[in-house]
Ligand binder design. Structure first.
Ligand SMILES: [Zn+2]
Length: 184
């Protein structure tokens, strides 16, 4: 494979850990992934076998947190739901300015808002996850339990989220998810 920018032959490194900055989050890591380095441009490109599955797995990991969601996590979930910021604000009962401050981490989401984000996501996506991604079904059950718990959560924390690439490959093989088996 050649570099998209300069045409230099890329160097493949297997079984790496890659911080998935493309998500807009700084705490999501893909584990066991192939990455391609361009020796000339110094760029690193991950080989993600199943982007849809990855986004669902990250979402469910966020929903299963016992700590409150951080702004960028709320933004990530909204984008996976495919809802515009001002529409999501309305659905959660925020005015668009306050909601924007939450996504930008200038204001913390309140307990009801946090719970509603999780409920919206689970209501809209849990059937799809159960159908296509059985390996994370138990995490969906856990996420529902978190929503049902009637207690104030700890303040937002930023623990590491690790997604094993094997999991994504398996889900892609089982279903119609786009992608293939990594080959380095
Ligand atoms: Zn290059």
């Amino acid at each position: 494979m050649r570099c998209f920018d300069c045409g230099t032959e890329l160097v493949c490194r297997a079984n790496q850990s890659y911080r998935y900055d493309e998500s807009g989050l700084d705490n999501v890591f893909l584990v066991g992934i192939n990455v391609y380095d361009c020796p000339k441009c110094q760029t690193i490109s991950p080989e993600i076998p199943n982007v849809l599955g990855l986004h669902l797995a990250v979402s469910v990991a966020l929903l299963g947190k016992s700590a409150k969601l951080r702004g960028p996590e709320v933004r990530f979930l909204r984008k996976i739901l495919g809802v515009r910021s001002k529409d999501f604000a309305r659905q959660l009962g925020y005015n668009p300015v306050s909601y924007s401050r939450i996504e930008n981490d200038k204001e913390n989401i309140n307990d009801q808002g946090d719970r509603l984000v999780r409920l919206w996501f689970l209501a809209q996506r849990s059937a799809e996850i159960e159908r296509h991604f059985a390996a994370i079904e138990h995490e969906v059950v856990h996420a529902w339990e978190i929503v049902r718990m009637d207690e104030i959560r700890e303040e937002a924390t930023n623990e590491r989220i690790e997604i094993p690439v094997d999991l994504l490959v398996q889900a892609a093989q089982n279903e119609e998810f786009a992608g293939g088996t990594p080959a380095c």
